[in-house]
Design a protein around this ligand. Structure first.
Ligand SMILES: N[C@@H](CCC(=O)N[C@@H](CS)C(=O)NCC(=O)O)C(=O)O
Length: 276
């Protein structure tokens, strides 16, 4: 059952919020959907936005400033929450583990495995639900995100390269298996087997034969950049495998939604170009 929560008119499109009972996550979930204003005979592609640590579906909806460009290109945008939620669901005091910090993975370890199945939730359950709400969906999809969600966009987009036409990310965690955030959450959610880690590592995944075009924007004043968001291993791997990766370093921009709002037009243009 999907419950309508609210709808706001924006740049002639509609920013809508829904709630539903997720079977995959075994809890209630909220998500947001931007629907552009289109004619009866027009169709829309779908872009997925995955947010970063501590976010829910509202951060990008209210601060991303994407609606004007999504309307101009007539693309629908879905914004899932970043994890299962609820008092009965495992959590951690730290902001980078547990609720708000799923890393979009299917956890195999206790206490996370009972609810933290975000990969299946995004790619199967929520996909089916959102597509059923888009009668004019044209079958084409792209995926984008920020920080943990930038990682999620790369991981999901690279694991399903025939499904997603393009990938874009702001300040993504690319070298997950070697940075502090990655080592911590991979051990917690997936255990310590490095072979398993490789299956969700963008540095490994970008070396496969089929890689959708990728755009990345990274601010030089991003407080997480030096320790968590280093790009060298990913860009070296992409170059070796002749993947198409545009990496834009932007001077003086930080990790916040101000940076996303500044460069979102470029990202929507990029993804739309591959969705038309
Ligand atoms: N200092 C932050 C760290 C988390 C953070 O910066 N989260 C980023 C993504 S990694 C974010 O988008 N925060 C929400 C926002 O800026 O609206 C906190 O503890 O809340």
């Amino acid at each position: 059952m999907v419950e309508f929560l609210e709808e706001k008119r924006v740049f002639s499109g509609r920013q809508i919020r829904y709630q539903h009972d997720s079977k995959v996550l075994n809890c209630q979930m909220v998500y947001s959907l931007f629907m552009p204003n289109i004619g009866e005979d027009e169709t829309v592609p779908l872009i997925w936005w995955l947010s970063g640590l501590t976010c829910n579906d509202q951060n990008f909806a209210t601060k991303g400033q994407f609606q004007k460009y999504a309307q101009a290109h007539k693309v629908a945008i879905v914004i899932p929450d970043t994890s299962p939620r609820g008092d009965a669901i495992a959590d951690d005091e730290a902001f980078d583990l547990g609720q708000g910090a799923s890393f979009y993975l299917n956890a195999t370890q206790a206490p996370w495995k009972d609810h933290f199945q975000m990969y299946d939730y995004i790619t199967e359950e929520l996909s089916e639900l959102v597509k059923s709400q888009l009668p004019q969906f044209n079958g084409k999809e792209a995926i984008m995100g920020h920080s943990m969600g930038g990682y999620g966009a790369l991981m999901i987009g690279l694991r399903q390269p025939n499904r997603f036409q393009a990938i874009s990310a702001f300040a993504p965690i690319t070298d997950l298996t070697n940075v502090p955030w990655g080592k911590k959450i991979l051990s917690a959610y997936l255990g310590t087997d490095q072979k398993v880690w490789e299956t969700v590592d963008p540095v490994k995944l970008v070396q496969q034969d089929s890689v959708p075009p990728i755009l990345i924007t990274q601010g030089t004043a991003d407080e997480f950049y030096p320790e968590q968001l280093q790009e060298t291993a990913f860009l070296d791997a992409a170059e070796k495998s002749h993947a198409t990766v545009e990496y834009h370093k932007v001077e003086g921009y930080d990790h916040s939604y101000y940076t996303i709002a500044t460069f979102i037009e470029e990202h929507i243009d990029f993804l739309s170009q591959h969705l038309s």
